[in-house]
Write a protein that binds this ligand. Structure first.
Ligand code: G3P
Ligand code: CA
Length: 253
């Protein structure tokens, strides 16, 4: 058997910038994604939702209140209303004028430069969003991932099962922080359609990592906001670390 790739003593892990380099720049904005690429992250992680008039947009919360100067639910606002919001100032005046990006502009700007870990956020609020995401990927030939690193994940398991059917070649990830999802039976069921099992790091154990690997899945864990948490996950030998601070995962930065 070939030895596992290592950097020094450490196993090589995928460095995934959570909502972009969200520790340093306003999450889910071009500023945060550009910085993640500059910091040599392997992937950017993005949260996808939909405007009232059907545009796919990149924002984490189901309301705009926390990360913009507006109020209201993402799905109750038109794209024009969303696009008029300032999504940067809350993080610091130097980011004033950052916009809520569209899903398509993120695909166009970053594919080929970094992998894209796409989270369908609360897809139950947006019927048909799976088909729309699949279409946007197909139009760009991103559904044939031999040259492009794309993963689709969600806390909504029905939604990712549907994505697996729509895009059979694109890797699928299960998101959870619920220990009930780590029983042998649950993991076995996930392994029938998922390639990644992505838990919060509070429920990661060496045994869990071994079980996931023996079912042929990989494990990426989140959300790392300290060096200690990153070091713990290196010790657990996970395959990917999803962090607000890409430099905690790879100190080349
Ligand atoms: O990628 C994992 C992580 O993004 C899941 O949690 O709430 O930050 O979307 P959340
Ligand atoms: Ca997310």
């Amino acid at each position: 058997f070939a030895a596992e790739p290592t950097v020094g003593e450490r196993k090589q892990v995928e460095n995934i910038a959570h909502r972009g380099a969200a520790g340093y720049a306003p999450e889910n904005t071009i500023a945060a994604f550009d910085l993640a690429v500059e910091m040599k992250a392997d992937y950017i992680e993005i949260d996808v939702q939909r405007s009232k008039d059907g545009e796919l947009v990149v924002i984490h919360d189901t309301t705009v209140d926390r990360t913009t100067d507006g109020t209201g639910k993402v799905g109750d606002l038109t794209f024009e209303q969303l696009r008029n919001l300032d999504a940067g100032s809350w993080k610091g005046e130097q980011f004033a004028g950052e916009l809520i990006p569209t899903f398509e502009e993120v695909l166009d700007r970053y594919h080929g430069k970094a992998g894209i870990l796409i989270e369908l956020k609360a897809p139950e609020l947006y019927p048909g969003i799976e088909e729309q995401v699949a279409e946007a990927l197909k139009e760009r030939n991103l559904d044939k991932p031999q040259n492009e690193k794309i993963i689709i994940q969600s806390f909504n398991f029905e939604s990712i099962k549907k994505m697996d059917q729509l895009l059979p070649k694109v890797p699928i990830g299960v998101l959870t922080s619920n220990p009930k999802d780590t029983t042998p039976e649950a993991l076995q069921e996930f392994s029938t359609y998922a390639d990644w099992f992505n838990p919060s790091y509070g429920i990661v154990t060496e045994e869990l990592v071994n079980q996931i690997h023996s079912l042929g899945m990989k494990i990426g864990s989140w959300t790392v906001r300290s060096q200690e948490a990153a070091d713990f996950l290196f010790e657990m030998k996970v395959d990917a670390i999803i962090s607000d601070y890409p430099d905690y995962v790879d100190p080349r930065k």
